[in-house]
Design a protein around this ligand. Structure first.
Ligand SMILES: [Zn+2]
Length: 623
């Protein structure tokens, strides 16, 4: 991509964000104020906190966005509250900007006086190889799924460039070689790719990967437990773990079984599950981590791989009716969650309360959603609190703290210095602290604050968005109070300004709307087209029947306000951190002590009792 193209894409990304309705606390530059604000919608002008954005809009950029198709959808007046499509648009912009001539950059060194992106292939955690296949898989997976959320052709060229990189790798390394080199992430990518496109070429790569994987694993039998299990990468557990990404492959193997009915994929997933739970010495039966060294090195208290495996275990348990495995997975999740401060702070290393890793949040989120969908509906409360808090806070929206040198050094084979601050908008933290996007752990001027494994944050956005509303033979379920359109209903969320969600019916004769666990049931009011309607409770959900298309259901309740002090981290003998959180509903609006480099939870604007309205683009793909 040339510099001109890059500038264009950044400009389009910035403007797209504004047009679709910006994240209120995205980065702000007041340097070039213009008179063009008068052209902006009156309603928006009244929101003083977003004036800064409006000032940046001009007709020229508007044309560019129209030309490139920054997303599809219908414009509707809706509350100006969290809209994951906005985050996805930011995310697509970032992935476009992070692709260099030699592939996607692995990390960003943002505290340097001359910030740079680096195509790191080796990192200093024990010399593990971080191959380009891993970066490509993470980036393409996130890009495809976010584009699926948005529609339109924004990012299509970049997507094709990434796809070419995958085909190159498969040609060079073979199907299994690609999947193994990319860690479990390569297989994740291939399965999602097929699910979206039903491309036969991808099916062949997947089938070939599974066939070769079956022939390369070491199959063992435990006669006491009477089960098979497999290992990869020899007998040393760390080598097995690091070399193969084996734990992380359980989840996509089960997904592939669900798509294709391929029993050998399910069988492999089962044998990997047995190894992880019974033979790997990484987790205990009570769900706690086995953090004894035993040669585990950097992985002794490592969270991401365990959490990704746990998501796979739960998924495998659901697919096979093995409730004991689902419960074991739940115990592991509960253990990790107990250190998260209730905001979804999931650290890279459990003994270190510094550095919440976005990919670890993703894996925890998948586990939670699977639990919520399979007999533990109360876990939707956790999904909602993770989504509204540390998940979205880990996405970079303030780049004002990143140096923008007047004279940038020229790019090299492995580094890019070009316009780094703006290119990082929409990126994901590799290590955030509870109140700062930059962890004290990575606050050195030569440290990288991001890592490409975490650029899968975009996949996490899709997974949550996909689960906001679901349907089965009993009716349509609004699981999360987040904005979204769908074939069944359009959801407008007023939280955390008001305890209110509006559901416009398209096709949902029987509708279930989940009410948060802190709400007093007697205080819930339900209206249909403004007229009070009696309803019944179905577990955590308000249940309504006999609804007609175009009827508007409103579920309202008093919002909770809560100030609490929480402890974050502190497993075993580690010292936890203490933070005071101010909650409105499920949203943290203030945290103390505050961050110092790129403070998080700067949400003063939420402290008003009426949700501001704005034109919002709603789009959903035909599944
Ligand atoms: Zn990561």
């Amino acid at each position: 991509m040339t510099r001109t193209e890059c500038v264009l894409l950044i400009a389009v990304a910035c403007l797209s964000i504004i047009l679709v309705g910006t994240l209120v606390d995205a980065f702000v530059k007041l340097d070039n104020l213009s008179d063009e604000i008068s052209a902006i919608n009156e309603t928006l002008q009244s929101q003083t906190y977003r004036i800064e954005y409006l000032l940046r809009v001009n007709a020229e950029l508007q044309e560019l966005v129209d030309m490139t198709g920054g997303g599809l959808g219908v414009q509707r007046l809706a509350p100006d509250t969290l809209n994951l499509a906005d985050n996805a648009l930011l995310g697509v912009g970032f992935i476009i900007n992070n692709l260099g001539p030699n592939g996607p950059y692995w990390g960003a060194h943002l505290l340097s006086p001359t910030p740079y992106l680096e195509l790191t292939t080796y990192v200093d955690w024990g010399g593990f190889d971080m191959p380009i296949e891993l970066s490509v898989s993470n980036s393409l997976l996130a890009l495809m799924l976010q584009r699926h959320m948005l529609g339109g052709n924004y990012g299509e060229e970049t997507e094709n460039a990434y796809k070419d990189l995958v085909f190159d790798s498969v040609r060079r390394l073979g199907a299994l070689g690609f999947a193994n080199t990319a860690g479990g992430e390569g297989f994740h990518l291939l399965v999602a790719w097929y699910a979206l496109t039903e491309d036969n070429e991808i099916r062949e790569i997947i089938e070939s990967t599974i066939h070769d994987l079956e022939n390369s694993v070491i199959l063992q039998h435990d006669s006491e437990l009477n089960h098979d299990y497999v290992t990869i990468g020899g007998t040393d557990p760390v080598a097995q773990w690091a070399a193969s990404g084996v734990f992380t492959q359980i989840e996509p193997l089960v997904r592939w079984y669900e798509i294709s009915g391929d029993e050998s994929a399910l069988n492999l997933a089962g044998n990997m599950t047995n190894w992880f739970l019974y033979h790997s010495c990484f987790v205990n039966y009570d769900g706690s981590f086995n953090m004894s060294e035993g040669g585990k090195g950097v992985f002794a208290d490592h969270v991401y791989h365990r959490m990704a495996a746990t998501a796979g275990v739960i998924k495998y348990g659901i697919a096979t009716g093995r409730h004991d495995l689902v419960e074991w997975g739940k115990r592991i999740f509960d253990y990790v969650w107990s250190f998260s401060g209730g905001i979804g702070f999931i650290p890279e290393r459990l003994k270190q309360p510094y550095g919440s890793e976005t990919c670890a949040i993703r894996a925890a989120m998948v586990s939670t959603i699977l639990l919520a969908r399979s007999g533990y509906p109360e876990y939707w409360n956790i999904v909602e609190r993770m989504a509204r808090n540390h998940m979205v806070e880990n996405q970079l929206r303030d780049v004002g703290w990143i140096a923008q040198p007047a004279q940038e050094p020229s790019d090299t084979e492995v580094r890019s210095y070009f316009n780094v601050a703006d290119r990082m908008l929409g990126s994901w933290s590799g290590w955030s602290d509870p109140s700062d996007w930059v962890s004290v752990r990575t606050s050195g001027t030569e440290s990288s604050q991001t890592q490409n494994c975490c650029y899968r944050g975009g996949e996490m956005l899709y997974i949550i968005w996909h689960n906001i509303v679901t349907a089965n033979e009993t009716g349509v379920y609004v699981n999360l109070s987040l904005n979204r359109d769908s074939e069944w209903v359009l959801i407008k969320s007023y939280t955390p300004y008001e305890g209110k969600v509006e559901v416009l019916v398209h096709d949902a004769p029987t509708l279930f709307v989940r009410v948060p666990d802190w709400v007093e049931r007697a205080q819930v009011n339900v209206t249909v087209d403004g007229i009070p309607r009696t309803f019944e409770w179905s577990g955590e959900y308000v249940k309504l029947t006999g609804l007609e298309p175009n009827e508007s259901v409103t579920v309202a309740y008093p919002l909770r306000e809560l100030v609490e002090t929480v402890r974050i981290g502190g497993a075993v003998d580690a010292t936890p951190l203490e933070y005071t959180l101010t909650w409105r509903g499920d949203t943290v609006v203030e945290i103390s002590p505050e961050g110092t480099v790129c403070p998080l939870y700067q949400r003063e604007y939420y402290r008003q009792d009426e949700a501001p309205m704005r034109m919002t683009t709603f789009y959903y793909p035909e599944e």
